[in-house]
Design a protein around this ligand. Structure first.
Ligand SMILES: *[C@@H]1O[C@H](CO)[C@@H](O)[C@H](O)[C@H]1NC(C)=O
Ligand SMILES: *[C@@H]1O[C@H](CO)[C@@H](O)[C@H](O)[C@H]1NC(C)=O
Ligand SMILES: *[C@@H]1O[C@H](CO)[C@@H](O)[C@H](O)[C@H]1NC(C)=O
Ligand SMILES: *[C@@H]1O[C@H](CO)[C@@H](O)[C@H](O)[C@H]1NC(C)=O
Length: 412
C-alpha cells in the first residue's frame, strides 16, 4: 500500500513539474455546464485516488444568481444528509461524490461548489482539502422562429423602409441571426439591428435588398433553427436604358440603314415592374409618339434622310422614367463601308507586312530544319547501322564500346 502511494505521489510530482498543473485528487471535466430546462443535470466527479484508502467528508452547495447559498448534501463514507427541499430531485453518487439533479428549472442556475476533506488511512492526522466550483446555466430549448415583414406589401426603392421581426415562442438566451439568400447579414449604413438582433431595419430599401429573408435562432442548448423564408420585393428602375438593333450599322448614337430596308429596334431597361415604353419621333417641326411597347419597326423608304428618335421607358410604380435618343441615317451602307475602307488602308498595309514577315520566318525555319536533319544523312544512318552491327561480332556485349563505334561510323 505504501508503495502504491509513493508511486502515485511520484507520478504526481513529475506531472506537476511537466505540466505546471497541480496534481488533483479529484477532477471535474468542465467548469461550465449548460443545462436544459426539464432535463437532468449530472455534475460528474472523477476521484484520482483509491477511494477505499481514505476517509472522506464533504458537501455540495448551491450558490444562486443572487448569491444565496444552500447546502444540498453533506456526506461522509457512511451517511449523507440531503436538503429536504431537494430530496425528490437530487441523487448523490456515493462512490465518487458525483451529483445529479432531476427536472432542472431556472432556479437551479448558479454555482455548484464541492468541498472535500480527504484523510488517507496511512496518513492519519493529515487532512487534504479539495474544492471545485461548476457554473451551471439552465436554458429552455428554442422553438422554431417566426419571421414578419413590415410593410407586408411591395415597397418602392429609396422611398420606404422595411422592418423585419423575428420571434420565438419558447427559448431563453436566444441569439438571432439574419440571412438573405442564405448569406449572413451584418450591420451597415442601411442595415440596422436592435441590440438582441431580433429586429432588422432596412432604411431606405434598395434594389439589391430583394431576396429571400430568413432569421436563425440558437441558444446554449439548441442547435441553429431557421425560420421559413419570406420574399422581399422592391419596385425600382428604370436603369441602364438601351436601344439595340440587329440590323444597320451603329456608330455611337447613329444608326445607318440601307434605303428600302425594314429595321427593328428594341428598347430595354432594368425595372420592376416591367417598364412601359413609348417611341417618339422628333423633327424640328413636330414631336410625335409613333408607337408604344418595347419594339419599333421602321421602313426606311418612308423616312427623310436623317431622323431623330427617342425611346422613353416609364415605371408606373416608381414614377421614374428614362429615355435614349438616337439618329437614323438612310444611306447606302456600301458607300459608308468604302468610307471606312479609306481609313483602313494603313491597316491593310500593316497586314501585308505581317504576312510577308511570316513567310520569311517560315522559309528560314525550313532551311534550318533541313540542315539539322539532312535526308541523306538520315538515310545513311538507317542503312548503315544494322550493317555495321552485323559486321561487328559482339564479343563481350560491351555497350560503351559499340556506342563509340557507332558514332564514329556515323560521323566519318
Ligand atoms: C460516479 O459514480 C456513478 C455511480 O456509480 C457513475 O454512474 C458515474 O459514471 C461515476 N462518475 C465518474 C466520473 O466516474
Ligand atoms: C425611414 O427611416 C428613416 C430613418 O432611418 C426616416 O428618416 C424616414 O422617415 C423613414 N421613412 C419612412 C417612409 O418611414
Ligand atoms: C418643317 O418646317 C419647315 C419650315 O419651318 C418646312 O419647310 C418643312 O416642310 C416642314 N417639314 C415638315 C416635315 O413638316
Ligand atoms: C404598371 O405597369 C405594369 C407593367 O407594365 C402593368 O402590369 C400594371 O397594370 C401597371 N399598373 C398601373 C397602375 O398602371
Amino acid at each position: 500500500m505504501e508503495a502504491t502511494r509513493t508511486t502515485v505521489l511520484c507520478v504526481c510530482s513529475v506531472l506537476f513539474v511537466l505540466t505546471d498543473v497541480g496534481c488533483e485528487l479529484i477532477h471535474i471535466r468542465s467548469s461550465v455546464h449548460h443545462g436544459t430546462k426539464g432535463k437532468d443535470l449530472l455534475l460528474s466527479v472523477d476521484a484520482r485516488f483509491p477511494l477505499d484508502e481514505a476517509e472522506i467528508q464533504g458537501s455540495w452547495s448551491h450558490i444562486n444568481v443572487n448569491g444565496a447559498s444552500t447546502i444540498l448534501v453533506s456526506f461522509n463514507k457512511e451517511s449523507k444528509i440531503i436538503d429536504m427541499m431537494y430530496r425528490k430531485r437530487l441523487d448523490f453518487k456515493e462512490p465518487n461524490a458525483s451529483l445529479s439533479i432531476r427536472n432542472l428549472n431556472e432556479d437551479d442556475e448558479g454555482y455548484y461548489k464541492l468541498s472535500l476533506n480527504i484523510e488517507f488511512h496511512n496518513e492519519k492526522g493529515t487532512v487534504k482539502k479539495e474544492e471545485r466550483t461548476i457554473h451551471v446555466t439552465v436554458d429552455e430549448l428554442v422553438s422554431r422562429p417566426v419571421i414578419e415583414k413590415k410593410p407586408s406589401y411591395t415597397v418602392i426603392e429609396d422611398k420606404a423602409n422595411v422592418t423585419w421581426t423575428c420571434s420565438v415562442e419558447k427559448g431563453t438566451r436566444v441569439a438571432f441571426r439574419w440571412l438573405r439568400d442564405n448569406v449572413l447579414l451584418t450591420p451597415s449604413e442601411r442595415y440596422h439591428f436592435t441590440q438582441d438582433k431580433s429586429k432588422l431595419l432596412i432604411s431606405p430599401v434598395r434594389k439589391e435588398d430583394k431576396g429571400t429573408y430568413r432569421c436563425a435562432v440558437s441558444n446554449p442548448v439548441s442547435q441553429i433553427i431557421e425560420s421559413r423564408g419570406v420574399e422581399l420585393n422592391v419596385y425600382y428602375g428604370p436603369y441602364n436604358l438601351e436601344v439595340n438593333s440587329g440590323q444597320g450599322l451603329r456608330t455611337g448614337k447613329v444608326f445607318t440603314i440601307n434605303p428600302g430596308e425594314l429595321v427593328h429596334f428594341e428598347c430595354q431597361a432594368d425595372s420592376n415592374p416591367p417598364n412601359s415604353y413609348i417611341w417618339i419621333s422628333k423633327s424640328p417641326n413636330a414631336t410625335k409618339i409613333i408607337t408604344t411597347g418595347p419594339q419599333l419597326q421602321v421602313k426606311s423608304d418612308e423616312l427623310a434622310q436623317t431622323e431623330d428618335y427617342l425611346c422613353r421607358a416609364f415605371n408606373n410604380m416608381t414614377k421614374k422614367q428614362d429615355e435614349a435618343q438616337f439618329t437614323l441615317v438612310v444611306a447606302s451602307l456600301r458607300t459608308v463601308k468604302e468610307k471606312y475602307a479609306d481609313d483602313g488602308r494603313s491597316t491593310s498595309l500593316l497586314a501585308a507586312i505581317a504576312v510577308c514577315s511570316s513567310f520569311i520566318i517560315g522559309f528560314m525555319l525550313l532551311f534550318l530544319f533541313r540542315r539539322a536533319c539532312h535526308p541523306k544523312r538520315v538515310l545513311m544512318n538507317i542503312y548503315n547501322r544494322p550493317f555495321s552491327e552485323q559486321k561487328r561480332p559482339h564479343r563481350s556485349g560491351n555497350k560503351v564500346d559499340s556506342f563509340i563505334t557507332k558514332n564514329a561510323f556515323i560521323y566519318t
